[in-house]
Design a protein around this ligand. Structure first.
Ligand code: 5AD
Ligand code: FES
Length: 352
């Protein structure tokens, strides 16, 4: 097999069989990586051009009933300083976001039963009433079909639920008392209800193999989500994985570039985790095919507390600073910030 031929085929057909993807992951070197990034860049220029969409992230609760072994806000971490934002506080974040020009809000939290359907519906309706042109994205873990449906009817447009890993074995190892199948079913439910969905996975989690990562790529290709979040695993000191090694920037950008080639119109965020393992991680992500950034809109008083991993960036910066900082970074990398809703182009095409 020839790696350049595989990349060329992938660029032309947006498909590669399992063995070829595995060959790329096993054999990529500096030069072929450069070629891969070039092709990924060309692909994104054809779909989204040099635009990078922006979403305002509101981390509204760090309570969580789950015990994901990698995550700093897992239920068993008694050291986590828990908080919940009130409806008023969430609306304040949205007001600040609106003033800064955001047209998308991502409401993210742990799996927190305090936010019942009724509470969520009220939050969503209030934001939507005040900012009807803005898209609302929810990221609140696994819920029932009915719950997803109620939030959708209230005005939620998108839902982020990373599948975390497409390997059942690895999934079970990392998520005590959770169901691999249920998580996947949630993604299917969300899609059926009409959400723009975001799946995603971590790179470099302990015991993860290149075979597992190929599974992730093929799963995403098949699921065809509107978005996909890919970020490196980063250890958190108060978790069972505290002593493990973090995923690398290089491996993460390889996977981002491959996914851009497999799904030319997927929205790919340059994640906070990527920016946290390297000062220019997000810029490298954008160059590798990412076209979304999610600057933080959470009150600075809670930023430190939403600690999924150590060394998270932007915890001390006001929303306005993040907004300015991210724009500068995008421009310096040769791209342009786009403050519109930033819908997936395929999804938009189907609506029209
Ligand atoms: N390192 C990197 N990413 C993490 N996440 C959770 N914990 C970590 C960690 N230690 C990711 C998960 C989750 C998303 C919100 O953050 O993929 O879905
Ligand atoms: Fe938050 Fe740079 S994006 S400070």
């Amino acid at each position: 097999m020839d790696i350049y031929e595989i990349i060329n085929d992938l660029y032309k057909t947006n498909f590669a069989p399992r063995e070829e993807l595995l060959f790329v992951l096993n054999n990529i070197d500096d030069e072929s990586k450069k070629y891969l990034i070039e092709k990924s860049h060309l692909t994104r220029m054809k779909t989204y051009g040099n635009k990078v969409y922006t979403r305002g992230l509101i981390e509204f609760t760090n309570y969580c009933v789950r015990n994901c072994r990698y995550c700093g806000i897992r239920a068993e971490n008694i050291k986590a300083d828990r908080y919940r934002l009130t409806l008023e506080e969430i609306l304040e974040c949205a007001d600040i976001g609106a003033k800064l020009g955001y047209k998308t809000y991502v409401l993210q939290g742990g799996e927190d039963p305090y936010y019942t359907d009724r509470v969520m519906v009220e939050i969503i309706e209030k934001i939507k009433k005040k900012y009807p042109d803005s898209a609302i994205t929810i990221s609140l873990g696994e819920r029932s079909y009915e719950s997803y449906q109620k939030m959708f009817k209230a005005g939620a447009d998108r839902y982020l639920l990373r599948h975390e890993t497409a390997s059942k074995e690895l999934y079970d190892e990392l998520h005590p008392n959770a169901s691999f199948e249920n998580r996947r079913n949630c993604l299917l439910d969300l899609k059926e209800i009409g959400y723009q969905i975001g799946a995603g996975f971590m790179v470099g989690i302990p015991n993860q193999t290149n075979e597992n990562l190929v599974e992730d790529l093929l799963y995403i290709k098949d699921l065809n989500p509107h978005m996909c979040g890919i970020g490196p695993f980063i250890p958190h000191e108060d978790t069972p994985l505290s002593k493990e090694k973090a995923g690398s920037l290089d491996d993460t950008t390889t996977l981002l570039a491959l996914l851009r080639l497999l799904l030319p119109s997927v929205l790919l965020p340059a994640t906070t985790a990527l920016g946290s393992i390297n000062p220019v991680g997000r810029e490298m992500g954008i160059k590798a095919g990412c076209n979304v950034v999610m600057p933080n809109l959470s009150p600075t008083t809670v930023r430190e507390k939403y600690s999924l991993y150590n060394g998270k960036i932007c915890t001390g910066d006001e929303a306005a600073e993040c907004r300015k900082c991210i724009e500068g970074r995008i421009n310096r990398a040769g791209f342009e910030l786009d403050m519109s809703r930033g819908d997936n182009i395929e999804w938009k095409r189907r609506l029209n």
